[in-house]
Write a protein that binds this ligand. Structure first.
Ligand SMILES: Cc1cc2nc3c(=O)[nH]c(=O)nc-3n(C[C@H](O)[C@H](O)[C@H](O)COP(=O)(O)O)c2cc1C
Length: 404
């Protein structure tokens, strides 16, 4: 399939690329997205969440169905989505006894920046759909928890708006405007606003049945703001929704090649990370081009279905890369023990997507903070049990070998 056709396909899904749903049934979807579930569908709700699953239930109860599904579902048959969770569950921890550890230090550094725990917020699109304060609430929560916010270029607030509410560390995730003048200006704004790195997300192939079924779409005002925030000043609320969608569909470069990084390097000195790596040859290429970090990721099972769990690909990528670049991973982190397992297999830190999006939907800034604190407490417990007094103590000897 040629790339143009592929890009058109992407516009038909509620993609986390900045190409949201083509409004086939605009009139229905707005209603569907604001409909509440009937009382008989309601599940008993936890009064106080004790884990990420509880937060998920709270978000499900609060959000319109199409919005909750947009966050929670994966592509096609959701094989990869399930596998991200199942792979962690298959992996067994075998901690040593009597290690004398009682107060582990969870802090670590990412690209030289100190964070209070090895869990960061992944770039997540359309956050104002989950809570009125959107990414501003997530940014504040990350700062108060002492961690880093990966800001999606589709987050629904501008680079500057997010920087204004949070002095905490931030990496900007770039979807690349075709117009390189717009792209260059955007990167310069990211630099001026004090972000510490750029994440380039390149994994394509989203095909979410639930979003097509729900006719999920970004409200016009949000799509216009998103395009204006990127630097497309020619877009305005005066345009028809169809025109805005048509503009959006052709505005982004979805046919990047490795050469893009040469261009990016020529316009910025910020560290660059590649997100979406699952193959060791891609990891090798990224490192040999001098990229600073790699995020092992399958986009949370939202891209091409049938790809393996990120955690299953982490060991061979970590081995290939060694200490030539920093390695992070995301996909399926729901427990502190998952974080421990990822660190043991070579990740410097992990990122979470859905868990904090559910937190945001359930209770705004406080909900995001709650998710981070739940995972912090679980990781602390796992580190004590594993006899690790600091993050760098976590290693493979804590895991039962694959053959057992
Ligand atoms: C609702 C939603 C929107 C997302 N939007 C983006 C995005 O704009 N850019 C990006 O690089 N990744 C995006 N992702 C992927 C996340 O950054 C991350 O890779 C993934 O959520 C990790 O899996 P997890 O949800 O199991 O933690 C999105 C994920 C979700 C759940």
């Amino acid at each position: 399939m040629d790339r143009r056709k592929f890009a058109q396909l992407l516009t038909c899904g509620g993609a986390s690329l900045p190409m949201f749903q083509v409004a086939a049934a605009e009139q229905n979807s707005a209603k569907e997205q604001t409909e509440k579930k009937s009382p008989q569908q309601a599940k008993p709700l936890p009064s106080e969440p004790v884990n990420v699953s509880d937060v998920r239930l709270l978000a499900e109860a609060k959000l319109p169905k199409a919005t909750y599904d947009y966050i929670s579902t994966g592509s096609a048959d959701e094989i990869t989505l399930r596998e991200n969770i199942a792979a962690f569950q298959r992996m067994k921890v075998l901690p040593p006894l009597l290690t004398g550890v009682s107060e582990p230090d969870l802090s670590t550094t990412v690209l030289g920046q100190k964070i209070s725990l090895p869990i960061m917020l992944a770039p997540v699109a359309a956050q104002r759909m989950y809570h009125r304060e959107g990414a501003l609430a997530a940014a504040r929560a990350a700062e108060s928890a002492g961690t880093l916010f990966g800001v999606s270029s589709s987050a629904s607030n501008s680079v500057e708006e997010i920087a204004q509410v949070s002095k905490g560390p931030k990496w900007y995730q770039l979807y690349v405007p075709k117009d390189r003048t717009v792209a260059k200006k955007l990167v310069q704004r990211v630099e001026r606003a004090g972000y510490q790195a750029i994440i380039v997300t390149v994994d394509l192939g989203e095909w979410k049945d639930a979003d097509r079924r729900n006719r999920f779409m970004l409200p016009k005002e949000m799509l216009v703001k998103h395009l204006q925030d990127t630097g497309f000043q020619q877009v305005s609320n005066k345009m028809s929704y169809e025109d805005v969608i048509a503009f959006n569909a052709q505005a982004w470069d979805v046919s990047l090649s490795w050469d893009f990084f040469k261009w990016l390097r020529s316009i910025t000195d910020l560290p660059v990370l590649l997100k979406g790596v699952l193959r060791k040859d891609d990891a090798e290429k990224a490192v040999s081009m001098g990229l600073d970090g790699i995020i092992v990721s399958n986009h949370g099972g939202r891209r091409l279905d049938g790809m393996p769990a990120s955690i299953d690909m982490l060991p061979e990528i970590a081995e290939t890369v060694g200490d030539r670049a920093e390695i992070y991973m995301d996909g399926g982190i729901r427990r502190g023990t998952d974080v421990l397992k990822a660190l043991a297999l070579g990740a410097k830190a992990v990122l979470i997507g859905r868990p904090y999006a559910w937190g945001l939907g359930a209770d705004g800034e406080a909900g995001v903070r709650k998710v981070i604190e739940l995972l912090r407490a679980e990781l602390l417990n796992a580190m004590i049990a594993g006899g690790c007094s600091k993050v760098s103590d976590v290693n493979r000897s804590l895991l039962l070998s694959e053959s057992r």
